[in-house]
Design a protein around this ligand. Structure first.
Ligand SMILES: NC(=O)c1ccc[n+]([C@@H]2O[C@H](COP(=O)([O-])OP(=O)(O)OC[C@H]3O[C@@H](n4cnc5c(N)ncnc54)[C@H](O)[C@@H]3O)[C@@H](O)[C@H]2O)c1
Length: 462
């Protein structure tokens, strides 16, 4: 399916509207350049984080290509199809270069990034050996952690504080120290999946949240303390896990107030990536779906954490939403009202990070005749997640430098990367990968004052 078929539209109008509004080229000059070093503060230096950091270093040294990264390899069409103008995204928008990235982070274990990457066993020993001198220089800061929120982990490298406010202040001190060594900072959560939490009174305003930090409110999980620290310091924050984290009125308000863009939740990597490709195709053709059974085996630490029912519940909620929103059963009751959707994640140590996912999809066509589709995805979880984490870091930094984006809070245009995209209150999320891709690229065109692509294309037939 092509995402950039036909037509173009002047920038200035929302990407999914078809009316043409005058181009505002003055906007382009307002995106500040990516000068100096970009500091990346990574929460949780496990499989995804170490694969991202090692990968960036491998690319910097010319040892490998940044496959899977839209910011590094993607192009963006400008103007008509006949114009033949498709620059690289990184040449079109001012992104931080990989040479300017400086990594630091926190973990509940003392392992440096080399040791942690070796433990995760995603990258082979030869590759890691070449990168070892660099990777072992990145040592985690002590983490904010509480086993109540991640049952399967026993952290040893953790901060002590008299309450959650004190812990937030310690994280703020870490951020300020790091800021002295770089020009800009972005934070990304690649830590474990926490237990399922829903917003409560403490999440309704910044005031309530700050009081909750003082009183150690149980609704405030460690990921929220990191996010609070980042946003208080005007630092953009990406949530790569399904945790509640920044998906609350309090932290959205803080994000807007301090011009610190946010996005979440949960990297869209294996099975959900496939779902958000296949489901839009069935719907586009008005094919019905009566059942969708998804199961996975994986044996990494993430799998071990998800073996706990309370962490699994957080992941399950994140994975379940996509089909419901894509199929819109209220609009198409004959096709999707009785869909049975089931998701299983099984911890199976022999597989390590090499997750295997199976989907059985029961569909029906003309006159209700049934058919089946089987998908067997033998993926490498962190190989898929690492470029997503990198792109989110680079795009959040871009958003921070873009006056039109930085005080909007949630960056919905980054839904493309996320399993359970955050949206404004009352707005349903777009899960269709191709709508998400168009939204992302049109946002880039828009902030640079280029024409949007509408796919109308009548002008080719004048
Ligand atoms: N691997 C993927 O493809 C993928 C896809 C989507 C989402 N995710 C999510 O990304 C997250 C990371 O996945 P992973 O495979 O790297 O897991 P991992 O277990 O290898 O890494 C997580 C790391 O976070 C650390 N950690 C936990 N709580 C912490 C805290 N409070 N502060 C600092 N560090 C903390 C752990 O010690 C561990 O090193 C998980 O939440 C996972 O569900 C992963």
């Amino acid at each position: 399916m092509s995402t950039e078929e036909q037509g173009s539209q002047k920038s200035g109008a929302p990407a999914d509207r078809s009316s043409s509004v005058g181009s505002d080229t003055a906007e382009a000059s307002k995106v500040a350049p990516a000068k100096g070093k970009l500091g990346v503060m990574v929460v949780g230096l496990g499989a995804v984080a170490t694969t991202m950091i090692a990968g960036v270093e491998a690319v910097r040294r010319g040892l490998a290509k940044p496959i899977g990264s839209l910011t590094q390899m993607g192009t963006i069409r400008l103007g008509k199809r006949t114009d033949n103008k498709s620059p690289l995204i990184k040449d079109f928008v001012p992104l931080a270069g990989l040479d300017d990235l400086v990594f630091t982070g926190w973990d509940i274990f003392e392992d440096n990034v080399y040791e942690s990457a070796a433990h995760a066993a995603v990258l082979d020993k030869e590759t890691l050996a070449k990168l070892k001198p660099y990777l072992e220089t990145i040592k985690p800061l002590p983490a904010v952690f509480d086993q109540y929120y991640v049952k399967r982990l026993h952290g040893t490298h953790v901060k002590k504080g008299k309450n959650k406010r004190d812990l937030a202040d310690q994280l703020i001190a870490d951020i300020r120290n790091f800021k002295k060594t770089v020009d800009r900072v972005v934070m990304i959560w690649t830590g474990s999946t926490e237990i399922f939490l829903e917003p409560t009174a403490v999440h309704q305003s910044i005031d309530a949240f700050e009081k909750g930090l003082e009183t150690d409110d149980i609704g405030i999980a460690p990921s929220q303390i990191y996010a609070y620290a980042a946003l208080s310091e005007g630092v953009p924050f990406a949530n790569g896990a399904p945790n509640l984290t920044v998906d609350t009125p309090a932290l959205i308000e803080l994000s807007k107030r301090n011009a610190a863009p946010i996005c979440g939740k949960d990297f869209k990597t294996g099975q959900t990536f496939m779902k958000t490709v296949l489901a839009p195709a069935f719907k586009a053709r008005m094919l019905g779906v009566s059942g969708w059974f998804s199961t996975n085996i994986l044996g990494n630490r993430d799998g071990e954490v998800l073996d706990d029912p309370q962490s699994f519940k957080t992941k399950e909620e994140s994975k379940l939403g996509s089909l419901e929103y894509i199929f819109q059963p209220d609009l198409y009751p004959d096709l999707y009202k009785n869909l049975y959707h089931k998701i299983r994640i099984n911890y199976y140590p022999p597989r390590g990070d090499d997750k295997e996912a199976w989907d059985n999809i029961d569909i029906f066509g003309w006159l209700g005749y049934p058919m089946q589709i089987k998908v067997n995805f033998q993926c490498r979880d962190s190989i898929l997640a690492a470029p997503i984490a990198l792109d989110l870091v680079l795009f959040l930094d871009l958003a921070k430098r873009t006056p039109e984006l930085r005080s909007r809070g949630i960056q919905e245009w980054l839904s493309f990367y996320l399993k359970s995209p955050q949206t404004a209150a009352g707005l349903y999320p777009e899960h269709d990968l191709f709508i998400q891709s168009m939204k992302l690229k049109n946002t880039l065109r828009h902030i640079m004052g280029a024409d949007l692509i509408t796919h109308l294309g009548l002008e080719y037939y004048d």
